[in-house]
Write a protein that binds this ligand. Sequence first.
Ligand code: ADP
Length: 641
Amino acid sequence: MRTRYWYWIWKTFLGPSRLRKKFVRNFILVGSLPLILMGAVSVYLINLTHKIDVRALELNIASQGALKAERFVDQVISDINLTVTYEDLAPIKADQYDVLLSGMMKDNLDIVDISLVCTTPDFCSSGYELRRWSKIGESQVVNSNLRNFSTEKSFLTSSGGKIFRSEPELRDGNFYLSALSPIFNTRNQIIGVIYATLDLQKIKESLSELKLGSTGYIYIVSQSGKILSHQNKDLIGKDVSNIAIVSDILKDTSLNFSNNVYYSGVSGNSVSGAGVFINSLNWVAVAEWPALESQSLIRTIFIQVTMFFLATLLIITIFASYVALKLIEPIAEIRQGTSIIGSGDFNYRVSIKTGDELEDLAVNLNKMAEHLKGLEELRDLRLKTEYLSQSLAKEKDLSKLKDQFITTVTHQFNTPLSVINWALDGLRDQDVTRDKINEISTIIAKSQKDIVAIVSDLVTLSEIGFRYQKENDKPLDLFELVKKVTEAFSNSLKIKNIKITLSKSTENSIATINEFTIRKVFENLIDNAIGYSNAGSEVFVDISGTESTLVIKVSDKGIGIPDKDKDSIFQQFYRATNAVAKKNVGTGLGLFICKSIVDGHGGRIWFESKENVETTFFVQIPRGNQGIVGGVVAPKIENKA
Ligand code: ADP
């Protein structure tokens, strides 16, 4: 069961069908392209919208922060903005100072220090602090070291009837703001100035409820670009005038707000943020949201889109593979069918029932197989007929050859036997003389020699067969072999007074050959050269060679070979007419045997001849392991051997 399951997986996804792989590939491509496109466009659009949302949110929070900071300061200032029930510019009594100042301090916990400054020179020194309540540890009254504000701009402004706010001032890691507000009597006359110092860190608490996700924060920046309030105490006082949104607003305060995405925020992380100018204070409220969090939504969406894409891709792949398998199954069957039929099994039939063009194709393939089967049967029949007629022709040839053989052999034997018969008849004569007996016995001896020659040719033929195959080879010096053969002919040479000359134009005349058969070749060629030469003539034998072959030439100045016979003299039993006239006895087997032996050695035998002038036979033999086999080709002399 498990094996089948794996087999299905292999067949469906990894199987060797190229067509199916192509189909699956294209299907996946076509299926997933719109998906990728859609996913990318969705993520892009969501990202865009999200960015706009984030900016809007940040701007909103920054505006809220600005409002809170403004309110905070306004609240304190409204607390110290007094109109008291005094009617005249009479001096305020000392115990009334304390009630007034301690009441204010209690009412507004952000006031760390509050004083009453004199503005009525008739009753006190104008610009001098009359009484101060300070929140150092616990609230306490300060009656000594009172300060002189008479020449300060803050005092002059406030004693002129306007509220004055100082630039925030950093003290012990905290920012403090001084605010001066005139005190009016019921006649709207200024009877004093309230000087209050506010702890700005309190703004932080009021801003802390403003949330930007879980990691976003809001901070206030002073006109000089320093952080006045931040959740992170360490950042208070830090110069952030290099942050674009801060510097943009501070440079051009008409620019009520500014925002930016993915820049390095105060905490050093990549953030997006928005800043809002607080008109009444000349401060900037900045909301920053770390990209890590603000982008997490996009990341989540991206992961979800990717997961969706992968899941869809998997489904597409499985589906495409399955569909491809189903579509390609019949094609695979047709392919198998064509390959089986193509390899010669015309009985094979393809069975497809898809009801479409593929089924038509299968039907046509089956028809073709049927057709081929018929053709094959026809071809078989023709081959058999051809084989039969060839066999008959061969049989006929063999029978002709046999007849020819018998006729030739009979004729060859007949000639010397008739001579012997005739000679024996002569012996039976009563008056036969000794000389006659001697003459007759010489004739009988010669005929007997002829018979031996014929028998020798027949024995050689039976020994080497009609097609010689080289065997029992050994390296042999051919020059030495030819020399030995020549010596064996010394008697015939003497009788016919023929001179034989041996020459050698190669130092190395060694070749790997079968000694017995090659000896037969030279015996035959030299025998013919002597036999078909006139008395007193000359025969030449020469051995030359290359690195790979040896060429032996046997030349004579004899009767030559007539042109009309040149094509046939290597055929068995063939004898030229001039040869029969010259040498009555001969089998016509010698050259046939020579050719068979030389061919068997991988060599060549050919000749050049002019009738009544000369004949040269050439034998080219490869040296075998004595040289490069088959290196040099003998000169091409077109005799049909
Ligand atoms: P045979 O010599 O017994 O007739 P071969 O097969 O040796 O048979 O030769 C076939 C024929 O080739 C010869 O009958 C002859 O016509 C011709 N022939 C061979 N060698 C020579 C030669 N040296 N000069 C002239 N004719 C030749």
